[in-house]
Design a protein around this ligand. Structure first.
Ligand code: FES
Length: 199
């Protein structure tokens, strides 16, 4: 399949960006969106042009670093998956796909599609962690955790901190991220000893 891309290019935080168009040809529909960008970048590199900067790490939907706004939706058309788990089979041959960084004043664009999400680090530093030592695994197991508490904590811990809640919100609110970080350790007995401490 072939698609046309409109990609946001921006050399740094200090300069204005703009959309540039690229052709992505001979794609396998089972490629991930990031693998499609790899193909485009290979072509750009071979023709002596600057490749598109985008962030990624695990490519397994775990780390939350691959934050892309695809056709105006955080992570694209698939439901509840990160950009690295979005596949080209979700698009039609000949589609024009717009790719941008997540837009928020809290997430300045560092380069092209890469944003600075250190505002999330500052939120975690304010209280999204505990410092109690849970000891080795047998010690941790000695503290009983109810099924309900474990399920609540696990649900909150499923937040991978990708920033999609900020990108999707008109107010750029990070309330889903904040509530997940505040709840995941607070729901467990190990975290309750520091429940009231916020730096
Ligand atoms: S690269 Fe880790 S979630 Fe996409």
């Amino acid at each position: 399949m072939n698609v046309k891309l409109r990609v946001w290019r921006q050399a740094s935080t200090k300069v204005e960006g703009c959309f540039e168009e690229y052709e992505a040809r001979d794609l396998n529909p089972n490629m991930s969106f990031l693998e499609m960008l790899d193909v485009v970048n290979e072509d750009l590199t071979l023709s002596g042009k600057e490749p598109i900067a985008f962030e990624h790490d695990c490519r397994e939907g775990i780390c939350g670093s691959c934050s892309l706004m695809i056709d105006g939706e955080p992570h694209g058309p698939e439901n509840k998956v990160a950009s690295c788990q979005t596949y080209m089979r979700s698009f039609q041959d000949g589609d024009v796909i717009t790719v941008e960084p997540f837009r928020s004043r809290a997430f300045p664009v560092l380069r092209d599609l890469i944003i600075d999400r250190s505002s999330f680090d500052r939120i975690i530093q304010r209280g999204g962690f505990i410092s109690v030592s849970t000891g080795s695994a047998p010690d941790a197991n000695a503290i009983l955790v109810s099924k309900d508490s474990a399920d609540t904590a696990m649900d909150a811990a499923a937040c991978i901190g990708c920033g999609a809640c900020v990108a999707a919100c008109k107010n750029s609110s990070a309330m889903l991220f904040v509530s997940a970080k505040a709840a995941h350790l607070n729901s467990l007995p190990q975290g309750r000893t520091e429940k009231m401490s916020v730096s």
